[in-house]
Design a protein around this ligand. Structure first.
Ligand code: BES
Ligand code: MN
Ligand code: ZN
Length: 502
């Protein structure tokens, strides 16, 4: 898709459709709306305020032959209350417009800037929103595939001064939007295609394409390192597990870098979670192909970071395995010895994510990570606590947690912090080993995080539980049902602001 800025009047832009947001309660009696109303022969005053267009989020009015403006169609999109309009709203409104216009066969569209949100952040969000909005998980359809395409997007900002900052923002939005869609494509892959070996292969291709270094640890190397937790989970599967390690050397390459700081992103890569011997019910089990969404987000973020080139060192770790029942599978009651030396009593083989992450976190520390952030579709309990709207954020260092929350808020991703008081640790005490892998139903997201904390130890660490937010199962005007790519925008923003992007 060709994306470009235009610092000029909306009425001169040559596209199929011009998109204008309408806030709740707004009348076309001033500014852009007044001008547009006059140029269109009072089309706006006739429609704004009617049931069709009250400015509520996702209200839509599609107007033909809009008078004296150059574009052939005019799309009004409700943007909700003006004082609640955020960066997240920008993405959603842009995605809603793009999906609607594509369904009408429109090939080129222009979004008119109307809010006074930060110019660069909102331009970036608009591009991300359009790209994410147009993603379809229909790779395996042979009929009813979405064949229509929007191939030109124009961002119109008469207040931008120059195109320079807009071009930077557009590039960031494009890189990040494409990275998110890349990750969504991975989450959508059936586990028969995306095995741990295939995930490693995709990571290798990504590394080659974008100039990252990669190390793929196979089972013999993991045995040498004593990764008994990761290897334990993989034992029931015919597919060998992998620990994929990507490296982006930012600080070495640039002046002014923060020396010695090494951020590790660690993503859960269970390519299929049957539950193992503690097998899951059949209903909904097909979804467990997306149990590698943390790893997909890690790979997506590393890909974007490689292109945006912040001056900070980053490694991305993806422990990848299936969780299967079989004669060789690990069983409840087994004791695993993790790489850190800690012993783990297996209570439930379906609590496998924390096991593979434990060894990956230990390995990140061995590689010199000074800060660790992990993402995982870790617990069903997170949806009980927060629904499918917020993901959970927990950590052992409030400053680092705050930093990640700030990065998330800036790009419009939603994380809600859950507590980590010492009291919760009691729930994962084992009579047999150092720790057990399940603390039971109550506070499931917190006890899972507590388990990981035992491996992060004193290294500043943040955990994102994305089990409730990595897959969208309700229809939304701004996005297709299916994988969401949650987490990538937050990670990339966090890391690029650390390392002052080029
Ligand atoms: N992958 C699941 C968590 C999950 C559930 C992700 C629903 C996405 C949607 C995880 O491995 C799991 O099975 N967790 C168990 C832990 C329990 C056995 C302590 C859970 O949440 O039930
Ligand atoms: Mn599980
Ligand atoms: Zn799982």
């Amino acid at each position: 898709m060709e994306i470009k800025p235009e610092v000029r009047k909306f009425s001169d832009v040559d596209v199929d459709a011009l998109v204008v947001s309408i806030f709740e309660g707004e009348r076309p009696d001033q500014g852009v709306l007044k001008e547009l109303d006059e140029l269109s022969g009072q089309m706006l005053s006739q429609i704004i305020g009617t049931e069709e267009m009250r400015g509520r989020v996702a209200d839509i009015a599609y107007l033909h032959q809009p008078g004296k403006i150059r574009s052939r169609r005019l799309l009004l999109v409700g943007a909700g209350k003006a004082d609640e309009f955020s960066i997240d709203s920008v993405s959603r409104y842009a995605g809603t417009a793009a999906r609607f216009l594509r369904s009408k066969g429109v090939r080129s569209m222009a979004l008119v800037r109307r809010s006074n949100l930060d110019l660069e952040l909102s331009a970036q969000a608009a591009v991300e929103g359009v790209l994410m909005g147009l993603f379809e998980p229909d790779q395996y359809k042979t009929r009813d595939r979405e064949e229509r395409q929007i191939d030109r997007l124009v961002l119109v900002a008469s207040d931008a001064g120059s195109e320079e900052p807009m071009l930077r923002a557009i590039n960031r939005g494009k890189v990040i939007g494409e990275a998110v869609n890349f990750a969504r494509g991975l989450s959508n892959e059936p586990s028969s295609v995306l095995t741990p070996t295939e995930l490693a292969e995709r990571a290798r291709q990504t590394a080659d394409q974008f100039g990252l270094t990669i190390d793929i640890l196979d089972e013999p190397r993991m045995k040498e390192l004593g990764m008994g937790a990761l290897l334990g989970v993989a034992r029931g599967s015919d597919e060998p597990c992998k620990l994929i390690v990507l490296r982006y050397p930012g600080a070495g390459a640039r002046a002014g870098a923060r020396d010695g700081d090494l951020i590790a992103i660690v993503g859960k890569g269970i390519t299929f979670d049957s539950g193992g011997i503690s097998i899951k019910p059949a209903d909904g089990m097909e979804k467990m192909k997306y149990d590698m969404s943390g790893a997909a987000a890690t790979l997506g973020a590393m890909r974007a970071i490689a292109q945006l080139k912040p001056s900070v060192d980053v490694i991305g770790l993806m422990p990848a395995s299936e969780n299967m029942p079989s004669g060789s599978a690990y069983k409840p009651g087994d004791v695993l010895r993790a790489m850190s030396g800690k012993t783990i009593e297996v209570i439930n083989t379906d609590a496998e994510g924390r096991l593979i992450l434990a060894d990956a976190i230990t390995y990140a520390k061995k590689l010199g990570a000074t800060r660790i952030i992990d993402l995982a579709t870790l617990t069903g309990a997170v949806s009980v606590a927060l629904g499918t709207v917020y993901a959970a954020i927990l950590g052992n260092d409030q400053n680092f947690v705050n930093e990640v929350r700030k990065a998330a808020a800036a790009v419009g991703e939603r994380f809600w912090q859950l507590p980590m008081d010492e009291d919760y640790r009691d729930l994962i005490k084992s009579d047999i080993a150092d720790i057990k892998n399940s603390g039971g139903r109550y506070g499931g997201t917190i006890t899972a995080a507590y388990f990981l904390r035992e491996f992060a130890e004193n290294t500043p660490w943040v955990h994102l539980d994305i089990a409730g937010t990595a897959w969208e199962s309700d229809k939304k005007p701004y996005t297709a049902k299916g994988p969401t790519g949650v987490g990538i925008r937050t990670l990339v923003n966090l890391i690029c602001n650390e390392g002052h992007p080029a």
